[in-house]
Design a protein around this ligand. Structure first.
Ligand SMILES: [Zn+2]
Length: 164
């Protein structure tokens, strides 16, 4: 099975465990594998929204049809693939989440929904990390340190996984 991986990179200042919640709402643009047309808008979906596939026996997180060739695509968030970006990962690309994309490929990601992270010794949680401008700065009152995430980047890669 071919899996699409959303990888992120950022420079972390006095924080670690950068990740998203299981209710995160993704904003992603896809490209149709049949005719290369990009979706007009960012598609939104989350692990909370389950859509039955035709026949209703299995569920995915997003179904859409290509506006040009009408071919249907579907996307599933892969269970257990969510990871955290750590302080030692700083400025290297690391996988955040994996998607099973059928009929399409993800091409653009907008970090509109909030991320979360913790300070280095896990005593302060930051749950409202706004990376929509690709930088975030705050102050940790417990440790009296400035904290921040800078130069947020993402990319999509694909990996091959053996089917279960
Ligand atoms: Zn198409």
């Amino acid at each position: 099975m071919r899996v699409s991986v959303l990888e992120i990179s950022a420079q972390l200042e006095n924080v670690t465990n950068l990740t998203i919640s299981s209710q995160y709402e993704y904003h992603i643009k896809f490209k149709c594998n049949n005719c290369d047309t990009e979706t007009e808008n960012f598609m939104t979906f989350s692990d909370d929204s389950k859509v039955p596939l035709m026949g209703g026996k299995s569920f995915v997180n997003l179904i859409f049809k290509c506006k040009v060739c009408s071919r249907p695509s579907n996307v599933s968030i892969i269970d257990g693939s969510l990871r955290s970006y750590l302080a030692e990962d700083s400025t290297n690309f690391k996988p955040l989440i994996e998607f099973d994309c059928r009929g399409c490929d993800p091409i653009l990601f907008q970090p509109i929904n909030r991320f979360q992270c913790t300070n280095m010794d896990n005593t302060t949680e930051f749950n409202d990390v706004d990376l929509s401008e690709l930088n975030w700065a705050d102050y940790d009152e417990r440790t009296n340190e400035s904290v921040g995430i800078y130069d947020f980047k993402y990319r999509f890669t694909t990996i091959k996984k053996s089917t279960k």
